[in-house]
Ligand binder design. Sequence first.
Ligand code: ZN
Length: 773
Amino acid sequence: MRSRSEILGMMKNRVLVIDGSFGVEVQRRSRTPFRTPEELNRIEPGTVRSIHRDYVSAGADVLLTNTFGGTAHKMSLSGISDPVPYIKEGARLAREAAGDGALVFGDIGPTGILPYPLGEGNFEMFYSEFKAQASVLLGERVDGILLETFSDILELKAAVRAVRDLSEDVFLGVSMTFDQGGRTLTGTDPINYALTFNDLSVDAIGMNCSLGPAEMLPLFSELAAICPKPIFIEPNAGLPQLEDGNMTYPVGPEEFSHYAQEFARFGARMVGGCCGTGPEHIREVSRAVKGMAPVKRDPHPRAVLTSPASVVDLDQFTIIGERINPAGRKKLREAMEKGDLALVMDEARAQVQAGAHVLDVNFGHEASVDWSFMEKVILSICYNLGTPVSLDIQSTEILEAMLRIYPGRPLVNSSTCKEEDLMPRLGMLKKHGGVLVVLSMGKDVPHDVNGRIVNVRKALRKAGSQGIGKDRLIFDPIVLSLGAGYDPQATLDTIGKLKELKLRTCCGLSNLSIGLPNRGMLNASFLAMAVKRGLTSVIMNPLDETLRGILDSSLMLDLRKATPKGGGSEQGIVKCLLDGDAPGALKLIEDTAAAKGPLLVLEEILKPAMERIGILYSERKIYLPQLIQAAQTSKPCFDRLESLMPGSANAKEKFVIATVKGDIHDIGKNIVAAIVRSSGYEVIDLGRDVDTEKIVSAVKEHAPLALGLSAMMTTTAPGISEVVKALKANGLKVPIIAGGASLNSDLVLKLGADRYAKDAVDAVTFLKERSRG
Ligand code: ZN
């Protein structure tokens, strides 16, 4: 087993070659049927060993164990209840083939479950799945762990935590997979990904799968430009095609190796291959990059806060909404204590609509609020509203728990410069990521500027000693009560001094005017002056129009502008659905139905609204979390309209959907089912790994408007043509739409389906075209 620093040292001196794909190779070489590739580690070890050996002799420096799908959850879907012996054997086989030459990295892939509020997953569940798998791999003394093909940052963050809680000494690489639009499934772009994971204790940040090298190059160059950590890449051998009933990848070894050189020129320190690459690809890659000196990059990381689908740039003026705070607000306090998410989300939504870029979340008397409710609030804001959160939490225990499960890079609000406040928070930041607000005070607030700056310098030194730079700190100059005789000029001068020191600043306003008349005016005037002195962010009530107006004008006069907040031009029902405003949507639907009748509202208002949302999604103006939220929000509206209609009028057109035989992946299929359902169709979901006969008999029984087939893997895609043939043999005619990660338009037509579904919205469009209504 080699140490972390040893492997990083190797990467400094040369470009390491990772092996190629496993899935396609085992498919080609295995003699026995298997439920999942990991099963071969025990039932056909010779095949697995021979693949590893071929990669070694092709020149691979790194072998990945055949354990990609080895979480207990994924293995159980293939009917294997105890994954441990398969993972153990997987590690041993790779080690055996590697000998003393190649490194062995334990390969871990995602669980296939989406996190709350998009699905049933949560941090602790992901964490225990990955911890179990990683502990077996580490027990077999692998040289490193590679977390590959992840599409959600929360799940990946849980996996990183799990590995690091087992070992600080093992090399750890992370890799996410992006679509052609440059986002992961839950909306993360390369910049967000790089900056979120740069905070964590990972050694290399990479991209793999889904796209070919040509499609990945622009995304990789974005990563290279911003990511301070070593970067790596494993593209597929192009986008798959169908040839004689088999799936093939078009990019051959030589062409692939030219791209490998190109990636190395962008600074890749490890290059390998994903789906469709084999030993010949790796041989050429090895030839192409082994002589190359590693290219030094000059990355420019940015100071940002993130949630899965959004990045807030702290170099633009940032508005932090303060209203999720129950101080003096009985209703909000009761909602938090009862666990009523709706009211808290209303408060969140209103602030985002009013222009807040980040939401401060304060639970008041924390002992009376359930931790799981706090988690729900944070995740709903992050995923559904797409807004990063400022964790305004007093208890260090709760703060750490929420930092741990935070999907991205949050703001932590706040710490004084006192050792006992600052050190634990810096420790948490180091472990879980994030940006910290530091108050320029120790035990007391110094009256003058110099005293506050002394504190700031002390905090900078302490943070530096923990490896936390000034890009992850924001300083609060401290606003005190004018009525109690404090001099606001000291605060303004501190802002000016902090600006000179090139530090970011943030303050609250309300302390200033406590006990004085005309509070709003005083706060607004102070804010204008603070902007002039260089303030970079403020915690305020964005619904206060005076304050907003003064802030906007001050920024304009100071030739600065607040970070623009996207979207917001939609109105009426579309807006309600996008915002997840269920009561608002229902009221609108009921009011209109009373005037115009339910059928008209269904056909001319609700369905077109979902269609509009589909278009916004296709145009990448919204991302999956908002699409799913809109579908969830529209459900009670559809139900309500249905209940208002007589039986015959509400007979819905049907859609049958299934993942084909042999394929256990169902994230995409579930999303399509949910979106189609929310567009007013009856969905008969047959599940995953469905027998062809079962699909045929469902078509016979339901006579659906269309059939949807999903196949994620190249190995299972031919299952689509099997269904097509079986339907034909039974004399059944039904339009078929097919989708899945390894498919494309060409392929789907060749497999005999009528249309390719790039996403859920395509499926709805297809149904609409065929609608008999
Ligand atoms: Zn792949």
